[in-house]
Design a binder for this molecule. Structure first.
Ligand code: SF4
Length: 96
């Protein structure tokens, strides 16, 4: 993902104007923070960025760092989460 693509998805982020302290929280507060992501139009792009760049803190794409670490451990074969998640999103759009 180039920097232009990054800028474009960030512009559509639901949390764009949120206080970063609301997304970079720990423990039970993370469940509340994840709710913000559920309706976000760029959830896929956000999650892919965190996974591809091994970002290890905060809620990204509706997943906590712990959930992302577990996913990365389960799928060490994935070289581009951006490609994988975009492909899954396209497939889902075709069948729905
Ligand atoms: S998925 Fe969540 S953390 Fe990512 S841009 Fe959207 S609201 Fe923000």
């Amino acid at each position: 993902m180039d920097s232009n693509q990054q800028q474009s998805w960030r512009g559509a982020a639901l949390c764009r104007d949120a206080d970063p302290d609301e997304l970079f929280v720990r423990g039970a507060e993370q469940n509340r923070a994840k709710v913000v992501c559920m309706g976000c139009p760029v959830r896929t792009e956000c999650l892919a960025e965190a996974l591809d760049n091994r970002i290890d803190f905060g809620i990204w794409g509706g997943m906590t760092e712990r959930e992302r670490r577990a996913l990365l451990r389960r799928r060490p074969d994935v070289t581009s989460w951006a490609e994988l998640l975009e492909s899954a999103k396209r497939d889902y759009a075709e069948i729905s």
